[in-house]
Design a protein around this ligand. Structure first.
Ligand SMILES: [Zn+2]
Length: 209
């Protein structure tokens, strides 16, 4: 689904975006700075960063209007918009990227509650980070909070997951939440993300404020 048909589906967008000379984008009272995007996408060049910024802008515009989550899947190299995944009011349960999409992708999605990655985000990221021929591989998974918070997770030079890693991560999350003194979401997600990224050498980044 391209952006034109998507806008038709949404109906209207109430918050126009303004782009400053330095590339920072303002939507309503929220500014998405190029510095914060450089912080979460350190390996993207300027053209790729602009494509990513436009995805963040669209997610914020639609998210503020609908108060719902959605995701945009971008080709990591060309910036082509490959897919839009609509979510419900609170979340996207799990990202499903169809088999016809292959190669490295960036998955950007919005979080109306401004939190970092949820357990289902991490499990989806792990599944689509398996190095399988003929299937999409997530280079970056990122979030745009409605308060301006941005986060990303990427494998980088860390350990590429296997199916046993996936089971390990799923069990880690389950064990964490079964512990009575575990922090409750969304704070708990930050604890889990830090733990997993340290364990596997993944990069967990937050944009500068
Ligand atoms: Zn999410």
């Amino acid at each position: 689904m391209g952006s034109k048909s998507f806008i038709w589906w949404v109906g209207k967008i109430e918050s126009p975006a303004t782009i400053a000379d330095n590339g920072d984008a303002t939507v309503g009272s929220m500014t998405i700075t190029m510095d914060s995007l450089r912080a979460i996408y350190p390996t993207l060049n300027d053209n790729q960063l602009i494509v990513a910024r436009n995805a963040h802008v669209m997610l914020l515009q639609v998210g503020l209007f609908r108060r719902a989550e959605m995701a945009i899947v971008l080709d990591r190299h060309t910036g082509a918009e490959l897919l839009i995944i609509p979510g419900d009011i609170s979340s996207i349960r799990r990202f499903v990227i169809p088999d016809y999409i292959t190669g490295e992708v960036i998955v950007v999605h919005n979080h109306p509650n401004n939190s970092t990655f949820s357990a289902s985000d991490i499990l989806s990221f792990t599944i689509y980070s398996l190095r399988n021929v003929g299937r999409a591989v997530i280079d970056y998974l990122s979030t745009q909070g409605h308060n301006g918070n941005v986060y990303s997770i990427s494998i980088g030079d860390g350990e590429r997951p296997t199916m046993s890693t996936f089971v390990d991560i799923r069990d880690t999350i389950r064990n964490y939440f079964s512990h009575s003194r575990a922090a409750k979401p969304p704070e708990s997600f930050d604890v889990i993300n830090c733990y997993l990224c340290e364990k596997f050498g993944w990069n967990y980044r937050r944009g500068v404020d």
